[in-house]
Design a protein around this ligand. Structure first.
Ligand code: AKG
Length: 302
């Protein structure tokens, strides 16, 4: 058994277990809009899911286009979404009660739903991730949204670890901006940008970070010859309502991720099941998921 695996004999046990947050983490998350949580996943768990994400990335249509011919956004990472719909192999990670419970504890809510998951693979010599916040893309009438960022290998500075602007979830530095060089430049020109401490640290496999939907974040380029494999899961508090979509991106998100939810009503689409609830009602979720299919949301990928 590898060091760090003690008491976590199987991947399933690792993903089901509880991970107590160090004292002060919830308060720091509320203040800063992000949390670094060390030692959440065992080495065996990382080993199990890294090849799943690598395989999906290798088959990404985006990967067929040379980096030089892509936009800034497309150079930042290969983005493959809702792997849980396509491959059963990733489901134990996406529906991990441990990861979802940490999300609920940090948000201070009693239950969380999946919004969607993503593989974010910054290829060898891929570009920077321009600074941005995520919730601009989401038609969700709540600020209780959070992403867990899971590196599937160590990510030193030269590979592009995630960096956060502490406290930026409370300031509109440029929320209504698509991810691009121009959006980043506008964020950097905002008079309050300089007030915000940037927290950047190398990531270790097994550690994870959580950030709110309104927290600004970015990442350096990958200057190495090795792909940076990262998987993310986005959670939304149970009970949050669908907001009227106001941008083309939000219209798209509503169609794909929230197909049978109604504006103004709590989200309960088949694509957004409860992944963890304090009263235990998430226990049947995995058993009731539809079988894997080459479909994402309401779209057939062909
Ligand atoms: O992994 C990256 O470089 C960016 C991640 C990101 O923007 C996110 O998880 O919201």
């Amino acid at each position: 058994m590898a060091v760090g695996d003690q008491g976590r004999d199987t991947v399933d046990e690792d993903l089901a277990g509880a991970h107590p947050l160090p004292a002060g983490t919830v308060a720091a998350f509320a203040r800063d809009g992000f949390a670094r949580v060390p030692g959440v996943l065992a080495p065996a768990t990382i080993e199990r899911f890294r090849p799943v994400v690598a395989e999906v990335a290798a088959g990404s249509p985006q990967a067929q286009v040379p980096l030089a011919q892509r936009s800034v956004y497309q150079r930042a990472f290969l983005q493959e979404v809702n792997l849980w719909q396509r491959t059963a192999a990733i489901r134990p990670l996406v529906f991990s009660p441990k990861l979802a419970r940490l999300a609920a504890d940090l948000l201070g809510v009693d239950a969380v739903r999946i919004y969607h998951d993503q593989a974010l693979v910054k290829e060898a010599h891929g570009g920077k991730t321009p600074w941005h916040c995520d919730q601009y893309y989401w038609p969700l009438a709540t600020d209780r949204t959070v992403t867990v960022w899971i590196p599937l290998q160590d990510v030193p500075f030269e590979m592009g670890p995630l960096a956060f602007a502490a406290g930026s979830q409370r300031i509109d530095l440029g929320r209504a901006l698509d991810i691009s060089d121009e959006s980043e430049a506008r964020i950097f020109r905002h008079p309050r940008w300089r007030e915000l401490p940037v927290d950047e640290a190398p990531a270790r496999a097994g550690d994870v970070t959580y950030h709110l939907g309104w927290t600004f974040h970015g990442a350096r380029p990958n200057d190495t010859d090795v792909d940076r494999l990262v998987f993310t899961i986005i959670y939304v508090a149970d009970g949050a309502a669908l907001a009227e979509p106001v941008t083309p991106g939000q219209v798209f998100d509503r169609q794909i991720w929230l197909p049978d939810s109604e504006v103004g009503r709590p989200i309960d689409s088949w694509l957004n099941p409860v992944v963890w609830a304090r009263d235990g009602r998430h226990r049947d979720t995995v058993a009731h998921l539809p079988g894997p299919a080459p479909r994402i949301g309401t779209f057939d990928l062909g």
